[in-house]
Each structure stands twice: as structure tokens, then as C-alpha cells.
Design a protein around this ligand. Structure first.
Ligand code: APR
Length: 233
């Protein structure tokens, strides 16, 4: 089976009702990103950061995967699908995708502040954390999220997956945040690239043709699935 590597951003979850970050009305319009999603912000006011991620977990419980997530799951019948997502939501997993690599962390997980290898899955209804929350060893915890100003430990494995891709797809990202935005440049020269986004950021630095599908994810992914099954099976 051909290796189909798919890089997704907030746009794939937009039709599920999850806010993107930089669209009109996006998350960063209502919250100062450096106060709620950066290492400095967490140091200065950890209680506010806990509250911010508690609110995002509450919202995540109220939404469902959309058609785009479900079609990516179905593509596993015909391709060796690897998803690399910037999203911290678990909608790819809830849609049934079996190979998901999170670059920026996972909203439903927390980790020990003193032993970062101790990662815990939050299960409803206990999905809120605070300064008082302790893990089973009595350690304070933090969201298992890559804050701005922190390294992206999964970027190296993501570049390896991208190098192995036979087909590379980008869905619903403004390509504004690095290193995630640079992933498409790690594809081998002959690998076709498809980019689904209603308002795609035109990629000028790539010496390769990008196949733009300027549509919302649910429509664009359906169209892409047809193109893939017609041309690459
Ligand atoms: N279908 C597909 N794409 C959509 C849809 C939709 N229905 N609605 C909006 N989009 C597109 C927008 O056109 C935009 O290109 O989704 C993209 C959202 O861009 P951002 O809000 O910048 O989200 P993203 O690129 O995922 O942000 C990257 O920034 O703040 C950090 O860690 C955060 O992972 C996030 C990273």
C-alpha cells in the first residue's frame, strides 16, 4: 500500500464546531496567546492556563468528528495512512484513525511537572485540572501541550514519516507556525502534494507543484479521496 501522509491543522476540526486560531472569531482573538499558550504565560499565571485548557476540554466533549475525519479513517482501507496533526483535539482518534502523531500535544492528557515521562489520560467527568491537582505520586501536573517557546519533540519523527510519504496532503492549516509549517518541504521531489483549505496560504518557497483544493475540509477531503483512489491505487 502507498504511504499517504496527511498533515492537519485546526481547519479540519472547524466543521465540528471547534474554533480555529487565526480565522475571524478564532481562539486567539479572544485569548492573548502568550498568556494562555506559552511557557512564559504558564510560569506567570498557571491558574489561568489550567482554566483555558479546562474550557477547551469542556468544548471538545461537546463536539464530534466531522465527515473529513471519517473519510481519512476510510482511506486506511486503501492506503497506509499516517496522520501528523497540529491539533490537540482527539477527533482523528474518535473518528477511528489508527496512526496519529500529535505535534503540539493532546488536550485530554496531562503530565507530571517533575517527571514529564509520566503522562495521564483524563477521562470524563474528571477533565479539569488546577494548581492543586496532583498525580498518583503526589506531583503537580500541567497540560500535555507544547506551549509556544517550547521544543516540538515529535517534529523529528514527523519529518521521517514525511520523507517516507508516497503522497503528502495538507488540510486546514494557515502554515503560520514552525516547524510544523515546514513539513511539506521534507517530501521527496517526486511526491505529489495536495493542500485542502478554503483560503490556502500560497506556498511560494517550495520548488514543487502544490495541488490546491480551495474548499472546506468535508468537501475537499471527499474530492481528494476520489482523486487518490483514481490515480494512486
Ligand atoms: N475546512 C478546512 N480548512 C479550514 C476550514 C474548513 N472548514 N475553516 C478554516 N480553515 C482553514 C483556514 O483557512 C486556515 O488556513 O484552517 C486554517 C486555520 O489556520 P489557524 O487558525 O492558523 O490554525 P493552524 O494552522 O492549525 O494553527 C497552527 O498555531 O496557535 C498554534 O498550536 C496552535 O496548532 C496550532 C498552530
Amino acid at each position: 500500500m502507498k504511504k499517504l501522509v496527511i498533515s492537519t491543522g485546526a481547519g479540519i476540526s472547524a466543521e465540528s464546531g471547534v474554533k480555529t486560531f487565526r480565522d475571524t472569531g478564532g481562539l486567539w482573538e479572544n485569548y492573548p496567546v502568550m498568556k494562555v499558550a506559552s511557557a512564559d504565560g504558564f510560569r506567570e499565571n498557571p491558574a489561568l492556563v489550567h482554566q483555558f485548557y479546562n474550557a477547551r476540554r469542556d468544548q471538545l466533549l461537546s463536539v464530534q468528528p466531522n465527515a473529513a475525519h471519517l473519510i481519512l479513517k476510510e482511506l486506511e482501507n486503501d492506503f497506509d495512512v499516517r496522520i501528523i496533526t497540529q491539533n490537540v483535539d482527539n477527533l482523528h482518534e474518535r473518528a477511528g484513525s489508527t496512526n496519529v502523531l500529535h505535534l503540539h500535544g493532546e488536550l485530554m492528557k496531562i503530565r507530571s511537572m517533575t517527571h514529564p515521562e509520566r503522562v495521564y489520560e483524563l477521562t470524563p467527568p474528571d477533565i479539569h485540572t488546577s494548581l492543586e491537582t496532583r498525580d498518583s505520586y503526589g506531583d503537580p501536573v500541567r497540560p500535555h501541550i507544547v506551549f509556544f517557546q517550547e521544543d516540538v519533540p515529535n517534529f523529528e519523527p514527523a519529518t521521517q514519516l514525511t520523507r517516507e510519504a508516497d503522497i503528502f496532503v495538507v488540510i486546514g492549516t494557515s502554515l503560520a507556525v514552525y516547524p510544523a509549517a515546514s513539513l511539506l518541504h521534507y517530501t521527496r521531489p517526486e511526491v505529489p502534494i495536495y493542500y485542502i483549505d478554503p483560503k490556502p496560504t500560497i506556498v511560494t518557497t517550495s520548488n514543487k507543484d502544490i495541488n490546491y483544493i480551495a474548499k472546506k475540509a468535508s468537501e475537499g477531503v471527499a474530492e481528494l479521496a476520489e482523486i487518490l483512489r483514481k490515480n494512486y491505487l
